[in-house]
Design a protein around this ligand. Structure first.
Ligand SMILES: *Cc1c(COP(=O)(O)O)cnc(C)c1O
Length: 405
C-alpha cells in the first residue's frame, strides 16, 4: 500500500486530473442547477444542486479527508454549519457549550434554547467541577471550541470527548481557528468537526462558507439529509473559490504562524501591552495542552492594551491591520471584540467570558513580518501617554529598528 499523503500534498492534489471529458488538470466548476435523467426512471449521480453538486462534493471530499472523517456537508456560512449540527437536538435534549464560544454561536444557541428547541448550559470548560456537573446531567451534545475566541483558551479535546462519550453525548468541535492543518479533533475523539470555511480554509476573505465533517458515515448522511431538507447547502461558485483557497492552506498556515509567533513575542515585551493571549507563549495556561493536541499554535492573538495607552488612537493609527470583523485571511486584521465580534453577547456574559473593553484581537496575515511589526510600533508610539513618547523613541525603540534593518 502506498504511504498516506501528507496534508499539503492532499490539499494540492484534491480532484486534480479527474476530468474524464477534457482532461482538464484543475477540476471544472459546475454551475448548473439541474442534471438530465438518462431516461425515464434512470437518474444519474446528480439531479439537483441543492441536494448535491460535483463542485461542492469535491470540496467536501477534500475536507473530510483532511479532517480524517467519513464525510462532510458544506453549508453556505459557518453559522449554518453550526445550525445544522443543532438540528440533531430535540426538545428536552441538553447541550453543553463553552461560556466563551464564538459570539454568533452563543447567540444562536441562546435564541433556540429560549424557544425550547433544546436546553443549553454555558460552562467554563476549564473548570472541572462546572464541567462535571453539566456532564452529570446527561447532555446529548457537548460543544467545544479550542482555541476559543478571542482569548485563545485551550481545552483538552481528548479528555473532554472521553468524558462526554462515556455519558452517551455526541461531541462537536469548532475547529475554525486552527483549520485541519493544525488540529484534527476526530483523531482526538470528536464525532463532528465544524468549520467556518470563510476563515482560514478559504483564506482570502472573499467567500462565506461552512462545513461539518462527521466521524462516521451514518452521521454524515443524516447531516446531508438535513442540509438538503433545510436548504443550507453551499453554492457551487463559493465551493469552487474555497477549493482554490484550500490548495494553499498548508503553506498559508505555516506563513501565518511564523508571523504570529514573532508578533506575540514582540507584544509581550512592549510597554503598551498589559497582557498577551497566545497559546504559543510558554506562560499561556493552555500551552502544554496546545503543544500536545495541535500541530502549531495558529495566528490569532488577543492582547490587553496598557491602561495608560489611548486604545482608539492605537487602533486608528494602524495602517496594515485593517479594523474589521472576521479572521483567517491573508490580510492582517484588528478587532475590538467588546464592540464588534462579541457585541451581541450580554455585557454580563461578556464579563464572565473575560472579554474586557481594553482587549484587542489580531488576525495575523502573511504580509512581511518587519512591516507588521513596524506598523504596530508606530501605532503604539502614537497612542503612548504624552510623557512617554520621547522615552519610546529613545534607546530601546531605536535599537529595535536598527536590529531589523
Ligand atoms: C466566523 C466563525 C463562525 C461563523 O462563521 P460565518 O462563516 O461567519 O457564518 C463560527 N465559529 C467561529 C469560531 C468563527 O470564527
Amino acid at each position: 500500500m502506498s504511504r498516506p499523503r501528507a496534508l499539503s500534498t492532499a490539499a494540492v492534489r484534491a480532484g486534480v486530473g479527474r476530468d474524464a471529458q477534457f482532461g482538464s488538470v484543475m477540476p471544472p466548476l459546475h454551475l448548473s442547477v439541474n442534471y438530465t435523467f438518462e431516461a425515464f426512471g434512470r437518474r444519474r449521480q446528480y439531479d439537483y444542486s441543492r441536494t448535491a453538486n460535483p463542485t461542492r462534493d469535491q470540496l467536501a471530499d477534500a475536507l473530510a479527508s483532511l479532517e480524517g472523517g467519513a464525510g462532510a456537508t458544506l453549508t453556505n456560512t459557518g453559522m449554518s454549519a453550526v445550525s445544522l449540527v443543532l438540528q440533531l437536538l430535540r426538545p428536552g435534549d441538553l447541550l453543553v457549550a463553552p461560556h466563551d464560544c464564538y459570539g454568533g454561536t452563543h447567540r444562536l444557541i441562546s435564541a433556540l434554547a429560549n424557544k425550547n428547541h433544546f436546553e443549553a448550559v454555558f460552562v467554563d470548560q476549564n473548570d472541572p467541577s462546572a464541567l462535571d456537573a453539566a456532564l452529570a446531567r446527561g447532555p446529548r451534545l457537548l460543544w467545544i471550541e479550542t482555541p476559543s475566541n478571542p482569548l485563545l483558551r485551550i481545552v483538552d479535546i481528548e479528555c473532554l470527548a472521553a468524558a462526554a462519550r462515556a455519558r452517551g453525548a455526541l461531541v462537536a468541535v469548532d475547529n475554525t481557528f486552527l483549520s485541519p492543518i493544525l488540529q484534527n479533533p476526530i483523531a482526538l475523539g470528536a464525532d463532528l468537526v465544524v468549520h467556518s470555511t470563510t476563515k482560514y480554509i478559504n483564506g482570502h476573505s472573499d467567500a462565506l462558507g461552512g462545513a461539518v465533517v462527521a466521524r462516521d458515515a451514518a452521521l454524515a448522511e443524516n447531516l446531508a439529509w438535513w442540509a438538503n431538507c433545510t436548504g443550507v447547502t453551499a453554492a457551487a461558485f463559493d465551493s469552487y473559490l474555497t477549493m482554490r483557497g484550500l490548495r494553499t492552506l498548508p503553506a498559508r498556515m505555516r506563513a501565518h504562524e511564523r508571523n504570529a509567533a514573532a508578533v506575540a513575542r514582540y507584544l509581550q515585551k512592549h510597554p503598551g501591552v498589559a497582557h498577551v493571549y497566545y497559546p504559543g507563549l510558554p506562560d499561556h495556561p493552555g500551552h502544554a495542552i496546545a503543544r500536545r493536541q495541535q500541530r502549531g499554535f495558529g495566528a490569532m492573538i488577543g492582547f490587553e492594551i496598557a491602561a495608560d495607552y489611548d486604545m482608539e488612537r492605537f487602533v486608528n493609527s494602524l495602517q496594515l491591520f485593517s479594523l474589521a470583523e472576521s479572521l483567517g485571511g491573508v490580510e492582517s486584521l484588528v478587532a475590538h471584540p467588546a464592540t464588534m465580534t462579541h457585541a451581541s453577547m450580554a455585557p454580563a456574559a461578556r464579563a464572565r467570558a473575560g472579554i474586557s473593553n481594553r482587549l484587542l484581537r489580531l488576525s495575523i496575515g502573511v504580509e512581511d513580518l518587519r512591516d507588521l511589526r513596524g506598523d504596530l510600533r508606530r501605532a503604539f508610539a502614537l497612542a503612548a501617554p504624552p510623557m512617554d513618547i520621547i522615552k519610546k523613541q529613545s534607546l530601546q525603540e531605536l535599537a529595535d529598528i536598527e536590529a531589523e534593518k
